[in-house]
Design a protein around this ligand. Structure first.
Ligand SMILES: CC(C)(COP(=O)(O)OP(=O)(O)OC[C@H]1O[C@@H](n2cnc3c(N)ncnc32)[C@H](O)[C@@H]1OP(=O)(O)O)[C@@H](O)C(=O)NCCC(=O)NCCS
Length: 389
């Protein structure tokens, strides 16, 4: 019999971490590394599955907020560290953990990153946001013109305080962006990353600091230099362009690698747009609407005739029912549905990354009036979550 418990003390957190890392086939942290990971264990949010006294499965979540289409900010749970001990898999341990976590979350929406695409749909998570992995040929990358503001390199003491403030101010620019928790920053700003040659650059324009970028550079045996952009946020197009001017005019760099939103206009900065190539597109945000009425009411909608959507949610039946969605908002109704959709696919369309008509073409949903539903749910920008957890 699998029992789910909420963990509360430090030694249990370490066992939780060990189990999760073993499930992922990762090595274990040293005591020094563990001291950096520990602050990310938030009391009350760390769950473990037990068979008798044996811990056999893990999950946890980080509390914060998420931006929804239209710009409203809602409470959000970032679900992470999901693992089952390799000798206990396929016996329902994950299912028990997911059921308990979803039924006890205080937030109306949860997201996670999925290690494999077939795991989370059954728990109501849908693939809701994708990201492009871009490569820039830095030797050929020419951005015409001069920067309009200033850039400066900041030391770790400065960035410890400044980066969280700047990210809170302008890192919430798209649907899907989430706030960062203290434990996230503790790891991101860990002094040991100095050994990884991490560089932090802040941009300031006429109104003060309005952008930052963090990157590191590695070198291969042929003296080729590769830059990995790790964190990048900006408040306006001047800061965005100036920071790219800085990055592409750095000496020695051959190639820049960066994750960007599907609709990021980066290639238009360059004289030759082909210096930017898309190396991969991968799924990033898996989204679960925990409280469907609240989440449908939280976002805005495009212009189209109203559509009645019937939601079917086997895991959280309180969400079952019909919702009338119109440019004025969404409300629960007793009416004949135009479209019937399961919870995971409602998650997939929620941020605007996926269209109802595509799901209908793939025979994943049934009904009519898909074009109207597409127009209502379409976002003006593609979703993105630039916070990895
Ligand atoms: C993925 C993982 C958590 C699943 O745990 P589990 O306890 O075996 O899952 P359950 O027994 O509750 O399985 C529930 C259902 O999901 C299916 N399932 C579970 N993992 C799956 C996978 N990786 N691929 C496809 N289906 C999977 C099971 O077959 C089962 O299907 P059924 O209900 O039709 O019988 C576990 O295998 C694991 O720890 N994997 C390595 C670490 C990892 O990938 N973690 C996820 C990080 S995002």
């Amino acid at each position: 019999m699998t029992e789910i418990r909420v963990l509360t003390d430090e030694s249990q957190y370490r066992a939780h971490s060990t189990l999760f890392r073993r499930a992922m086939h990762w090595g274990l942290p040293t005591d020094e590394q563990w001291s950096v990971v520990l602050p990310s264990y938030e009391p009350g949010r760390v769950l473990a599955a037990f068979e008798g006294d044996e811990m056999v499965g893990t999950t946890q979540s980080f509390g914060g907020t998420m931006v929804v289409p239209g710009g409203a900010v809602v409470p959000h749970a970032a679900v992470s560290r999901v693992g089952v001990r390799p000798d206990y898999t396929r016996r329902g341990v994950l299912s028990a953990l997911m059921r308990e976590q979803l039924s006890t979350l205080a937030e109306p929406v949860a997201t996670l990153r999925a290690s494999e695409g077939r795991i989370y749909g059954r728990f109501g998570y849908g693939m809701a946001g994708r990201v492009r992995f871009l490569r820039i040929d830095a030797r050929k990358a020419v951005i015409p013109g001069s920067p309009t503001g200033q850039v400066r390199m900041v030391d770790p003491d400065t960035s410890d305080k400044l980066l969280p403030e700047l990210h809170a101010e302008f890192g919430q620019d798209r649907p899907g962006q989430i706030s960062r928790w203290p434990g996230w920053w503790a790891r991101a700003l860990d002094r040991k990353t100095e050994a990884e040659n991490r560089v932090m650059i802040v941009h300031s324009g006429s109104d003060g600091d309005d952008g930052y970028v963090c990157y590191k550079v590695s070198e291969d045996k042929d003296f080729k230099h590769y830059m990995e952009v790790q964190d990048f946020a900006w408040a306006n197009a001047h800061a965005w362009r100036d920071l790219w001017i800085y990055l592409t005019r750095l000496d020695l760099i051959d190639e820049i690698n960066v994750d960007a939103a599907l609709d990021d206009p980066l290639h238009w900065l360059f004289e030759d747009p082909r210096v930017v190539s898309t190396k991969d597109v991968y799924d990033q945000i898996w989204l679960r609407l925990v409280d469907v009425p609240r989440m449908l009411a939280a976002r805005t909608y495009g212009s189209a005739d109203p559509v009645v959507i019937e939601v079917r949610d086997t895991l959280l039946p309180a969400n079952d029912g019909c919702y009338r969605v119109s440019p004025d908002g969404a409300e629960r109704v007793e009416a004949q549905p135009d479209i019937t959709i399961p919870a995971d696919l409602l998650g997939a369309v929620y941020l605007g990354d996926t269209r109802f008509s595509d799901l209908a073409a793939a025979k994943r949903i049934e009904g009519s009036r898909f074009d109207e539903a597409d127009a209502l749910f379409a976002g003006s920008v593609a979703p993105l979550c630039s916070t990895f957890f």
